[in-house]
Design a protein around this ligand. Structure first.
Ligand code: HAM
Length: 419
């Protein structure tokens, strides 16, 4: 069938095996996160644009190029959330969910929107599993959160992943580093940097380190590294995070170029990458963002968090085909259909999955329907069977067929299906 209306570019209908992967990821996430003391939080998809400008940062690619922003009927600018952190912070402040001196943990699962060029694992509407731990600036909070992320990924069955980690310094040491970086970039010939980075080196030089253009990457490889210029507090924070991860048996690789694409980070930043989707594609990313809650008008509460991209995790999961139906109940004649309907209802009550034909059709066409349904067996209930008080059960994979008395149907079906 050719559709008159098509879905928008970068947007997807989610069904079948992909939906199965998504629900598996969601179930595993909930199971894992509850064990670490997280509670679920659902925030709106639409938020005032100013929230994202203030938190993500005006000079980031997300804000400059990727937001779905529009005016409502009263001319107010609103944006479809490009990430979850800003909304969670807003809700934590507005709903009084956080207190100074107390650790609060929230996870959220849902769609995010970024106007990016769609490709494998990159969508305009994508889904994140997002976690935020608010209320502690201790390296233990960072390590505990990263342990939970790796625990979750392990649980889902993903093992060939690499954890990269870096420190972005703090208010004390970052300004001096930024000056050094800016001096270095200003001394770089303009033709070595892309047009965006020429603007970035003046407005927000850290963003240059994040550029994916090959020329800019070459320049950045020689740029001063933040960890070499971090203050003693930031260095010892990072060292303890690394020690704790080692104690937890988690291998982490320091990556000085890991600055992340959002402005709210300080100190620890991390990403989990896979080589199976494309070159070092991030399946999860996060970091510490002390100062963000205060910046958004709340109390000065530190925090650390991460988000996983569900589409990217789904690409790494084995082909998770939806479980086939147990049976297709084939009732050729209207005279037996009501009794057939009762059989259908009873079998479902007993825990079997299945469907039946609702309309009249020839036997051959009904058998085709049964095969197309993907069911593992077909139950045939025609006038002969009804007269004998029995039903035919055929295993569609093996061809094995038996006749069973109606009152023994559940046990006979279970036997045929090997349940
Ligand atoms: P992010 O690195 O921008 O971080 O996104 C997190 C993850 O979302 C990425 O690693 C990727 O798996 C997935 N992702 C991002 N964009 C797309 C896309 N267009 N299509 C498919 N997947 C995508 C954040 O969003 C932060 N808010 C994470 C965080 C939470 N930091 C602290 N707390």
């Amino acid at each position: 069938m050719s559709a008159q209306y098509s879905r928008l570019k970068g947007f997807a209908d989610i069904y079948g095996a992909q939906l199965k992967r998504f629900t598996l990821l969601e179930d595993m996430a909930r199971q894992t996160f509850f064990r670490y003391g997280f509670e679920e939080l659902r925030t709106p998809i639409l938020e005032p644009t100013a929230l994202f400008l203030r938190s993500i940062g005006e000079q980031t690619d997300v804000v400059q190029k990727e937001m779905f922003t529009f005016s409502d009927r009263k001319g107010r600018s609103m944006t479809m959330r490009p990430e979850a952190t800003a909304g969670v912070m807003r809700a934590a402040i507005e709903e009084n969910l956080v207190r100074q001196g107390q650790v609060s943990r929230f996870f959220s699962i849902g769609p995010m929107f970024r106007y990016e060029r769609p490709q494998k694992g990159r969508m305009r509407q994508f889904h994140q599993i997002n976690c935020e731990c608010l209320g502690s600036d201790s390296p233990y909070a960072d390590a505990d959160l990263i342990c939970m992320l790796m625990d979750f990924l392990h649980h889902v069955g993903l093992k060939k992943l690499k954890l990269k980690i870096n420190s972005l310094g703090c208010k004390k040491c970052r300004p001096a580093y930024m000056e050094k970086l800016q001096d270095f970039l200003r001394a770089t010939p303009a033709q070595s940097l892309c047009g965006d980075c020429l603007t970035r080196r003046e407005a927000n030089p850290l963003r240059v380190l994040d550029c994916k253009q090959p020329g800019c990457r070459e320049v950045c490889a020689k740029a001063p590294k933040l960890l070499d210029h971090a203050c003693a507090d930031c260095k010892s924070h990072m060292e303890l995070v690394l020690t704790l991860l080692e104690k937890a048996g988690i291998a982490a690789e320091i990556d000085a170029s890991l600055v992340r694409g959002l402005d709210y980070y300080m100190r620890t930043t991390f990403e989990v990458v896979s080589n199976e989707i494309g070159a070092q594609t991030a399946v999860a990313g996060g970091g510490r963002y002390d100062g963000l809650v205060a910046q958004l008008g709340g109390p000065d509460i530190p925090g650390v968090g991460f988000a996983c991209g569900m589409e990217r995790l789904a690409l790494l999961l084995n082909e998770a085909e939806p479980a086939p139906l147990d049976f297709f109940l084939l009732v050729p004649d209207a005279s037996e259909r009501q009794q057939g309907f009762q059989l259908l209802v009873n079998l479902r009550k007993q825990g079997f999955s299945g469907e039946m034909n609702f309309g009249d059709a020839g036997f051959k066409s009904l058998m085709r329907q049964a095969n197309r349904s993907g069911a593992r067996s077909v139950l045939i209930f025609g006038p002969d069977e009804a007269a004998q008080g029995s039903i035919a059960i055929k295993n569609l994979a093996t061809g094995e067929q038996i006749n069973a008395p109606l009152d023994a149907l559940p046990a006979a079906l279970a036997r045929v299906l090997g349940k």
